[in-house]
Design a protein around this ligand. Structure first.
Ligand SMILES: *Cc1c(COP(=O)(O)O)cnc(C)c1O
Length: 428
């Protein structure tokens, strides 16, 4: 395929935007080459500036769960835009989407809307700290909760220690309040509880991890976390920015039948516009300003265009009782197909899957946490990524990302993709 125009546009962007992109992973640093500039997209397909057509397995990192330019969402946004795009005053549609979200998600009474998943997670831990009067938080190595300071912390050599900042600009003072545990390892959490008695406000976790490939929780792991939190009076935060309205109507809470104390949303909830949200029971949500002492605000929060897109998306998902089953079936179909062709080509690999999230890891070891995910062969992944691109299939330009399956994919698209993996695998 030819990427002349994309390359030229990237060069132009680089002179006025750091790295030519507004979010780092778009820059293809992990796989090499120059990023593809999108011209438009419809359903399961992207059309780039050079006229290439690609089957899309990123789908804006999740939001386009029903495909690109989904007509009801597009129309809702157009109609709203005609009536004014922002007021900084309450509008009825904010209550409508809040009521719908509260009815779809278990165990929440109130929800507040923000503008990104980052803001949702940042606000959720502030609320947890305000509510409990404690400072420290536990996160898991390899889980991503947006780019606010407290979360840019990664495991040192012995994970069960104070984190060290993962980025210049994050202070040691902030880093010392973020404790790191190992995903799927309940003992690592217990050890942190022991060492930090009475200091921990909350645990935040991706109930299915999606930012180190797709890593489902082991049987009982989330339940063990819930029990530990109950025992120690610590809040459990599910970061469902990726899994919310994707794994089930009620997200991971519903799928695994486990209640979280605070739930964060993003991605699907905005239908492709910039939206995040966090939600909890009344006793916790009433701690927020203007009712309570924990401050949180936003000039564009609850923006009418964003709410129109989100409400239309949630309605579509709520009114289709089969959609999550269909998505899971399509993903399972890919899983089976990939396994067969990769085995036929004798490629060492592991495939992880949960609902409509799936990832291929070029490793022999089961991928259950950050360490095992990092053992994947990145050279093989690079070749795989560029090979798939040549075949007309766009997957995330990093081995640490899940694929996001959209309902717009047909079984012909899935067969095409499996055959593409077959062709690429024969050359790995
Ligand atoms: C994408 C993501 C975020 C951050 O959301 P943004 O909208 O990019 O700020 C937070 N948590 C998880 C689990 C995510 O996947």
């Amino acid at each position: 395929m030819n990427y002349k125009r994309s390359s030229a546009l990237f060069a132009q962007a680089e002179s006025v935007i750091p790295g030519g992109v507004n979010s780092p992973v778009r820059a293809f640093k992990a796989v090499g080459g120059t990023p593809i500039f999108v011209k438009e997209a419809k359903g399961a397909y992207l059309y780039d500036e050079d006229g290439n057509k690609l089957i899309d397995y990123i789908n804006s990192w999740g939001p386009m769960i029903l495909g690109h330019a989904y007509e009801p969402v597009v129309n809702a946004v157009i109609e709203k835009a005609k009536k004014g795009t922002s007021f900084g005053m309450p509008t009825e549609i904010e209550t409508q989407i809040a009521e719908l979200a509260v009815s779809m998600v278990p165990n929440i009474d109130k929800i507040r809307f923000v503008n990104s998943g980052t803001e949702a997670c940042m606000s959720a831990i502030r609320l947890a700290r305000g509510f409990t009067g404690k400072d420290k938080i536990i996160k898991f190595a390899g889980c991503y909760h947006g780019h606010s300071d407290s979360f840019l912390i990664q495991a040192g050599s012995g994970a069960i220690t104070f984190g060290s900042p993962n980025s210049p600009g994050v202070t040691k003072g902030t880093a010392k309040d973020t404790l790191l545990a190992i995903y799927n390892d309940i003992e690592s959490v217990k050890a942190l509880f022991e060492a930090n008695k009475e200091e921990i406000a909350c645990i935040i976790i991706e109930p299915v991890a999606g930012n180190m490939g797709c890593i489902p929780p082991k049987d009982g792991f989330l339940n063990d976390l819930r029990n530990l939190c109950n025992e120690h009076n610590i809040l459990l935060i599910f970061d469902e920015v990726m899994t919310g309205f994707r794994l089930a109507k009620g997200g991971a809470q519903e799928l695994f039948n486990i209640n979280a104390d605070i739930v964060c949303f993003g991605k699907v909830i905005g239908g492709g516009l910039p939206v995040g949200a966090f939600a909890a029971r009344n006793e916790i949500m009433n701690y927020l300003a203007p009712l309570g002492p924990v401050y949180q605000a936003g000039t564009l929060s609850g923006n009418p265009l964003a709410m129109a897109a989100g409400l239309t998306m949630l309605e579509a998902l709520n009114n289709d009782s089969e959609v999550f089953t269909r998505l899971a079936e399509k993903t399972e179909y890919l899983h089976k197909g990939f396994t067969e062709v990769l085995n036929n080509n004798r490629i060492n690999h592991k495939i992880n899957r949960a609902g409509s999230m799936i990832s291929i890891h070029f490793t022999e070891e089961n991928v259950v946490d950050f360490e095992t995910s990092a053992k994947g062969n990145n050279e093989t992944f690079k070749k795989f990524f560029h090979g798939m691109l040549e075949e007309g299939v766009y997957i995330a330009p990093s081995a640490f990302e899940t694929w996001f399956i959209t309902d717009a994919l047909t079984y012909d698209d899935l067969d095409f993709t499996i055959e593409a993996v077959n062709k690429v695998a024969s050359k790995l």
